[in-house]
Design a protein. Structure first.
Length: 535
């Protein structure tokens, strides 16, 4: 079974004939072993790349897209199919989906190389034509990867309108959205990715375009469950008040339906339902308050299901909190508070945004069993909230805030995965974009970890928590401070929106990555690192 479902109530009991509020915690998990095995065993995929070719893409942005498509074609399987749509004032068919064999690659490369940039941005047309070109799935995985660097100004131009465009085609394909550069509308692209099941990612610099495509294509190929939905059927006397995470719902024959994103191996998704309960006037050991169903489409075979009943004791005593559930409620609440803080910061109310984050940090500090820095999901969330509160308290200028907002919008605490978890398809694509990179190390020169040497791989995140690939326990370093990655045989350093800017040889990185040379000094916070490379 690809997915498992667990359910908890955040309290041990309710009193008879007394109105009570409680939270039901639902956890959907795709185990690490849920994949279909080696990458070669996955079903073939058909992917349409929807590329923004409006006027703002002229020059290096479009050049890097062309280069990225050229690079990634060699990493796909011959039985995969790739098509390309270009959109500006309207949308056009650049290449119908073709097999990624020698002839197909030549065709796609020649067509993409002739793209040029002009006009406005019609995202709606790009989405609709991409879905039309995919056709019926017929035993293949279907996906659309949309890349845009601007704001829609032709056709549907709001997050809700474009979310509806995606929903019309969601049953046949998944949709991922890549925001290119600092001028795109992350709220709109995030809405497309959330509704389409593939999510949103920020492409900070044109030079990182190939990596972004590799991640999006790899994630679509690694999906083990799509069309994932929860159904909620409350018992008599129980009412669903709201979805704490703000998930969209609809009513179906089995009750309230909650649609979730596609699931890849080793991921967990948390959903918290606030309920109002009025238990009957008699004590009872266990009473079912909510029946929960989970349904999805696995990689192969018919649709699958799981279910769980949520029960509570009816007793005339004060309830005790259920720590396992309370922790998960705090994680989902953290996403909600982060959204509220961003909304305040959008209006330049940075003090209010920081206060909201600090209030939740204080509540987490008081929660039973919480230990800062113990590597738990709640401890990681705590560090993320600290970073975001500090960023708000510094009252960033418009440019810095735009970068911060785009960098943080795609991270959801309700969607958990081990930092290094990647499916076989993702690993193959990332390894391909990395190229034949040298044996290299990062050597810590200052701080409590001075003297440590870290062997570099395709991707290495530097941060202050244990989940980082290069952990540096120092207060001046952000949870995810910087990254060193391999691209086409060379190592590059980039800042990840840290509160203390990353420097290479004394120069701040800003939004642009920097190629590393032997002996380069990388400073993260107050810690000095040196890049070493074997000949």
């Amino acid at each position: 079974m690809a997915l498992t479902l667990k359910a908890w109530l955040d309290r041990t009991s309710v009193k008879p004939d007394v109105d009570a509020r409680a939270h039901v915690v639902l956890e959907v998990e795709a185990a690490e072993g849920a994949s279909v095995g080696v990458e070669g065993e996955r079903p073939p995929a058909t992917t349409v790349l929807a590329i923004d070719v409006s006027g703002s893409m002229q020059g290096e942005p479009l050049d890097q897209v062309v280069r990225s498509v050229d690079l990634l074609l060699d990493a796909l399987r011959p039985d995969d199919r790739v098509g390309v749509v270009a959109f500006a004032d309207g949308a056009s068919r650049v290449a119908e989906p073709v097999a990624v064999d020698a002839a197909g690659k030549r065709l796609v490369r020649s067509r993409v190389a002739r793209l040029f940039a002009e006009g406005h941005t019609n995202v709606e047309a790009g989405l609709a034509l991409s879905a039309e070109m995919l056709g019926a799935p017929a035993g293949r995985r279907h996906g659309v990867v949309l890349l845009s660097d601007g704001e829609p100004n032709v056709g549907a131009a709001t997050a809700e309108a474009l979310r509806e465009v995606v929903r019309k085609h969601r049953g046949a394909a998944s949709f991922s959205a890549l925001g290119y550069g600092v001028k795109h509308d992350e709220d709109i692209l995030s809405a497309i990715g959330d509704a389409g099941g593939g999510g949103y990612a920020f492409v900070q610099d044109p030079a990182t375009c190939a990596r972004a495509f590799a991640r999006a294509l790899g994630a679509q190929a690694d999906v083990v469950a799509r069309d994932v939905e929860l159904t909620l059927a409350p018992a008599d006397g129980v009412e669903v008040v709201r979805m704490l995470g703000g998930e969209p719902t609809r009513f179906g024959s089995e009750g309230l339906v909650v649609a979730l994103q596609d699931m890849v191996p080793a991921t967990r998704r948390l959903v918290v339902v606030e309920v109002a309960i009025r238990a009957p006037g008699a004590a009872k050991l266990l009473a079912t308050i909510l029946r929960v169903g989970l349904r999805w489409r696995p990689v192969a075979g018919p649709p699958a299901r799981a279910s769980a009943d949520v029960s509570v004791e009816i007793a005339d005593r004060d309830p005790a909190p259920v720590a396992e559930a309370v922790t998960r409620v705090l994680l989902v609440r953290a996403d909600r508070v982060r959204d509220e803080a961003r909304a305040l910061a959008d209006r330049r109310q940075f003090g209010g945004a920081a206060a909201a984050l600090r209030a939740l940090l204080a509540e987490i500090d008081r929660s039973p069993g919480f230990v800062a820095g113990d590597g738990s999901a709640l401890a990681e969330a705590y560090e993320l909230l600290v970073d975001e509160a500090v960023a708000m308290e510094r009252r960033p200028d418009a440019e810095a805030y735009a970068m911060f907002r785009k960098s943080t919008l795609g991270s959801k605490l309700a969607m958990q995965a081990p930092p290094s978890s990647r499916g076989a398809a993702s690993m193959k694509l990332i390894e391909h974009t990395a190229g034949d990179y040298p044996v290299a190390f990062i050597v810590v020169k200052s701080g409590p970890d001075a003297g440590k040497r870290h062997r570099l791989r395709e991707e290495c995140v530097i941060g202050r928590t244990a989940s980082a690939d290069i952990p540096l326990a120092h207060a001046s370093i952000s949870r995810r401070h910087a990254e060193i990655y391999a691209l086409e045989g060379e190592y590059w350093a980039c800042d990840l929106g840290s509160t203390n800017v990353t420097k290479v040889n004394g120069e701040p990185l800003g939004a642009e990555p920097r190629k590393l040379e032997p002996g380069d000094v990388v400073v993260v916070g107050d810690v000095e690192l040196v890049y070493e490379q074997k000949a």
